[in-house]
Design a protein around this ligand. Structure first.
Ligand SMILES: *Cc1c(COP(=O)(O)O)cnc(C)c1O
Length: 410
């Protein structure tokens, strides 16, 4: 008996993205900057437009039909996100404005219970979003940050990681997948080791959630964060998943409407999670857009998407065929579809600008990961990041444009 491998139909998926038919500088757009923000399918655009044009009111104040309809749509989005990450309950899904705000929320609330000398373990490959909020605790409260070193191929030094853990470890906060290296970290191992010293783990899933299935129960992770806009949804919305008992133990982050139980002049009581962490009018339209993005993604097999994206990366690697004028940063086994590189004798910004003339959009700079850049002895890199809508032909065109760009510098 044989099982057919699910095939990912890139042309069918691509047809849902109106922006992908446009031209840039007289050339067809080749969008390889999805790691910074992904394009949106029309299902997301229409869901948001409908939410404003057909049934709009503030949420949670259900005294009239539109308020009830909008509340239902908002809470349905929460249920869609719950399904996406297989959280046990919708009450463990907090809407924030993005991965950055989710991490700031956990760091500031958790920080209230920490004292000088307590330790937080992060890694050298983190996005600034998963470094700065913990640095605040260092500056303000004398919390000690311990960094897991990165090996030459872009993987974490797991022996060094285990040696960093101890009774003072109060949190391990690492990325599930690096936005620069593409490294997919051994998160099950990281979580088991942290739990062995009773430390909770926060995973930055901003990249990982886009490229593969995530199951927070199978991972046994304490906190998982990501943004909507990299997952084919809108900006302004993100997610903080937290285990029920972890969220229940966190003091509120911001105060305002919707997050309280009762208020008198003398005292307040708080609502239960997730509402405790959603002060004020939430990003209603954006949450509905994220829900639509998740529902749109559900039609595809996530492993088939990952295989397609991996094929794009391999096509680029094969096309460049070990070019001696190019250095790739991040070559860990099993890495995701992100290609960071430098061209000999060229600044990454100049490479990106020349590629733009050929319609190819890549990012260049520090990718909000200055410690990682320093680790690899560079000040910047160019980065092509692949999404489900990219085609093998686009991968070939990117290689051809890169070879032409290199000609300017040799
Ligand atoms: C993009 C990104 C973030 C920050 O996401 P925002 O949407 O800017 O809040 C954090 N971590 C990683 C790995 C990212 O790629």
């Amino acid at each position: 008996m044989s099982f057919a491998k699910p095939i990912f139909d890139v042309q069918k998926a691509r047809a849902d993205f109106p922006i992908l038919t446009r031209e840039v500088n007289g050339k067809p757009l080749i969008y390889l900057d999805s790691g910074a923000s992904a394009q949106k399918p029309r299902q997301v655009i229409e869901a948001m437009s409908d939410a404003m044009g057909r049934s709009y009111a503030n949420v949670h104040r259900g005294l009239h039909t539109l308020a009830n309809e909008t509340t239902d749509a908002y809470e349905r989005a929460r249920e869609s996100v719950r399904r996406l990450i297989n959280a046990p309950s919708v009450n463990e899904v907090v809407f924030t404005k993005g991965a950055t705000e989710s991490i700031n929320l956990v760091a500031s609330s958790l920080g209230l219970g920490l004292k000088a000398g307590d330790e937080i373990v992060v890694s050298e490959m983190e996005h600034h979003a998963n470094i700065i909020p913990w640095h605040f605790l260092r500056e303000r409260q004398g919390i000690v940050l311990r960094f897991i070193p990165v090996l030459d191929d872009g993987s974490l030094d797991m022996d060094a990681y285990r040696a960093l853990l101890g009774p003072k470890t109060k949190m391990v906060a690492v990325t599930h997948m690096s936005n620069v290296l593409g490294t997919v970290n051994p998160v099950a191992e990281i979580i088991a080791a942290a739990h062995a010293v009773s430390a909770p783990v926060l995973l930055d899933g901003a990249q990982a959630i886009v490229h593969g299935a995530v199951d927070v129960q199978a991972l046994d992770v304490d906190f998982y964060v990501f943004s909507g806009h990299k997952l084919y949804g809108p900006t302004g919305i993100g997610v903080l998943y937290g285990k029920a008992e972890r969220l229940a133990a966190l003091p509120p982050y911001q105060g305002g409407g919707e997050m309280i139980g009762s208020v008198t002049l003398e005292k307040i009581s708080y609502a239960d999670p997730p509402h405790r962490f959603e002060a004020g009018t939430p990003a209603i339209i954006e949450a509905i857009g994220l829900g639509a993005a998740v529902e749109w993604l559900e039609q595809f097999d996530r492993a088939a998407i990952a295989a397609h994206e991996h094929a794009l990366y391999e096509r680029v690697k094969g096309g460049l065929n070990g070019a001696n004028w190019l250095t790739e940063i991040g070559t860990a086994p099993g890495k995701g579809a992100i290609f960071s590189f430098n061209v000999a004798g060229a600044h990454a910004h100049d490479v990106a600008q020349i590629l733009d003339r050929y319609g190819v959009a890549v990012r260049a700079g520090t990718h909000c990961a200055e410690p990682l850049m320093r680790r690899f002895g560079v000040t910047s890199s160019a980065r092509a990041s692949f999404a489900l809508y990219n085609t093998l032909e686009e991968a070939d065109s990117f290689v051809a444009a890169l070879v032409k760009a290199q000609g300017f510098f040799s």
